[in-house]
Design a protein around this ligand. Structure first.
Ligand code: RB5
Length: 142
């Protein structure tokens, strides 16, 4: 599985920590590359195109709170971006929502909890059935 990661300045430090922890997964780094101020919608867009084109199977987006990245990423049809705040929610984001982007808050979330949440997501499976029916309804939304 190819995993891409991107952040704005509010998520830059956490992005580095995640990349360091998961270096064996060879994450595809879409930036930003410094703590200088940038606009999170630019990185949400880059990530959405990366996922929708098939260049990556899963994305990790980080801004200060995770809220801006969530709002921006979910504007792209086919993106299911989940703002994940603990391990249990991470599991459910896979099992029920089949999320293709995980979003975290670099200024609001604990590094260890974030890493544990990513692991929980990667070790879970989508349950399909009624959950697929619900995702289909979302996809039909204009
Ligand atoms: C940037 O200062 C901050 O607004 C951004 O990282 C994010 O938290 C927005 O939702």
């Amino acid at each position: 599985m190819r995993i891409a990661i991107a952040a704005d300045h509010g998520g830059f430090a956490l992005k580095n920590k995640i990349m360091e922890h998961f270096k064996n997964l060879n994450l595809l780094d879409l930036g930003t590359d410094s703590a200088d101020s940038v606009d999170y919608p630019d990185f949400a867009k880059k990530m959405a195109y990366t996922i929708l084109s098939g260049a990556a199977d899963l994305g990790i987006l980080i801004c200060g709170t995770g809220i801006g990245m969530s709002i921006a990423a979910n504007r792209y049809h086919g993106i299911r971006a989940a703002l994940v705040y603990n391990r249990e929610v991470a599991k459910l984001a896979k099992q029920h929502n089949n999320a293709n982007i995980l979003v975290f808050g670099g200024r609001t979330m604990d590094e260890k909890e974030v890493i544990s949440s990513i692991e929980a997501f990667l070790n879970s499976d989508f349950e399909g059935n009624r959950h697929q029916r619900r995702l289909d309804k979302i996809e039909q939304t204009e």
